[in-house]
Design a protein around this ligand. Structure first.
Ligand code: SAM
Length: 254
């Protein structure tokens, strides 16, 4: 099934990312956009791979040491190897995982990959409407917001403007104490302003525009939460290597 708004000539944020990860679900326009991004940020292809390592390490820690059994992954992206549910199920086979993505093509792929995997669902929705996410029947069937859960917004908030702060605040408020927030985000680094502008240009012609943020601006998304030591998820030298490109963290609701 091909969704009606599908246009392979417009670079698509999910497919650009898929291409950078070495995936096959992309078109010439996506590959051209990825090449322009890599021209400005040669470390981007490795950076997106390390972003996936960060995501997997975070899920592994949360399903393992932290004992989390419910994961809500917003802006989940095209299925790739070692998805969140596979990582969570390796230590907690009873964990529930709900993937949410606004892109219908991503959701078709996601559902095909998941088949009937127990306790896992793919929901097509826009997380800029947090009330709808929190009331979605599939989300509510699998995620009990009275119990600790992990909310994941990995490599996606930079596609949302200033309204992102209210959206994330509404989502944080819905989480029970002992819940976790996992975020990674492209950086607005002082020393890479010109490169950042180039990448913004590329995304201005794509399916969503780009909003780079400083580390302090990203930290605001964790308001009221306690940051965990990032060494649990990626070695410090990797955070240093990508200090012009992106940053992320995991935090716990007290
Ligand atoms: C760069 S990919 C990141 C995928 C995955 N989170 C990761 O880090 O590997 C961003 C994904 O977010 C999705 N997305 C962007 N804006 C969204 C929104 N408002 N609501 C839901 N999904 C969104 C895109 O369709 C895309 O699949």
């Amino acid at each position: 099934m091909i969704p009606k708004d599908f246009d392979p000539n417009v670079p698509n944020i999910a497919r650009i990312y898929d291409y950078m990860l070495g995936g096959k679900d992309n078109f010439a326009a996506d590959r051209a956009a990825a090449a322009q991004i890599a021209a400005a940020f040669p470390e981007a292809p490795e950076g997106v791979r390390q972003n996936r390592v960060f995501l997997r390490q975070a899920v592994s820690y949360l399903a393992g040491q932290a004992g989390i059994r419910q994961f809500l992954d917003l802006g989940a992206g095209l299925p790739t190897q070692q998805n969140a549910h596979e990582v969570a199920h390796s230590s907690a086979p009873d964990a529930h995982v709900v993937y949410v993505d606004v892109d219908p093509v991503v959701c078709v792929h996601g559902r095909a990959l998941l088949g009937g995997t127990e306790g896992v669902a793919m929901v097509e929705a826009d997380f800029r409407e947090p009330d709808r996410i929190l009331a979605d029947p599939k989300v509510c069937e699998l995620i009990d917001f009275d119990r600790p859960a992990a909310l994941m917004l990995v490599a996606v908030l930079h596609f949302v403007g200033d309204e992102a702060y209210d959206i994330v605040a509404a989502l944080r408020a819905a989480l029970a104490p002992g819940s976790y927030l996992v975020i990674s985000h492209m950086l607005d680094a002082e020393e890479r302003k010109a490169d950042g502008s180039q990448v913004k240009q590329v995304y201005s012609r794509a399916s969503a525009g780009l909003n780079l943020r400083t580390k302090d601006e990203i930290l605001r998304f964790f308001d009221g939460f306690e940051l965990l030591d990032n060494d649990l998820f990626l070695p410090p030298e990797l955070f240093a290597r990508f200090s012009g490109l992106g940053w992320g963290a995991v935090a716990r609701k007290p």
